[in-house]
Design a protein around this ligand. Structure first.
Ligand code: FMN
Length: 201
């Protein structure tokens, strides 16, 4: 059986992260579905700030991430919202991928755990990923994660778990759809967050 690869990226660098906890649910969901290899991108916190004049030498963390993304069928990103926007470390990481293009026409699901459920982070991530040419197929916010998790940060709220599992199920479906159907979903997301759906091709 052909194994599909899903890469997860956590935009939080904290060791006990609600966003990582969301990704953990995604990983176990794909393990349950079967036929998937889920790989976590690491080293986000070690990626230097992008300086376009210094792109000749690619940091190992960026090179590894590009290779991982290039060999992935889909990507799931979960990130907190910081100060009403996309978390800086994640944005920097995404900026390093603009030139190499590994997100182009790749299905991406976006999640955000945090105080507000990260609606602005979700819409900014969706916009940025669309600029990369990705197909953003899902947005999910989880508000007030502490109240939905146990003392170890594991999500225990049944409704949240079910919503996160639905994201994995959607990606599983998307990976067997025609490209035109995926474009249709991505355009609906674009309209939802208020950017031009015609950018998505
Ligand atoms: C610098 C900073 C800025 C934050 N800004 C926001 C914000 O704009 N909106 C929000 O909902 N939560 C905000 N928060 C709270 C985060 O949503 C919360 O800490 C979240 O759980 C972090 O995710 P993590 O557990 O995966 O690290 C902020 C937290 C920090 C540290």
């Amino acid at each position: 059986m052909l194994v599909k690869r899903v890469t997860t990226i956590c935009g939080s660098l904290q060791s006990m992260s609600a966003n990582q906890a969301m990704l953990d649910v995604v990983s176990s969901s794909f393990a349950h579905t079967g036929g998937y290899e889920v790989v976590s991108a690491t080293g986000l916190g070690d990626i230097p700030a992008l300086n376009p004049e210094r792109q000749a030498v690619i940091p190992a963390e960026v090179s590894n991430l590009r290779t991982l993304l290039g060999s992935s069928d889909a990507v799931v990103i979960a990130s907190p919202e910081y100060a009403g926007g996309i978390a800086g470390g994640l944005k920097n990481c995404l900026d390093w991928i603009v030139g190499s293009g590994e997100f182009y026409q790749k299905p991406v699901a976006l999640m955000s755990a945090g105080t507000s459920g990260g609606p602005i982070a979700l819409s900014q991530m969706a916009r940025t990923l669309t600029w990369h040419g990705a197909y953003v197929v899902s947005l999910l916010g989880m508000m007030g994660p502490k109240s939905k998790s146990d003392d170890n940060g594991v999500i225990v709220d049944e409704e949240s778990i079910s919503q996160i599992k639905s994201v994995a199920a959607l990606l599983d479906n998307v990976l067997s759809m025609d490209r035109s159907e995926v474009v249709h979903i991505a355009r609906e997301i674009a309209e939802q967050v208020g950017y031009d759906p015609n950018r998505i091709i």
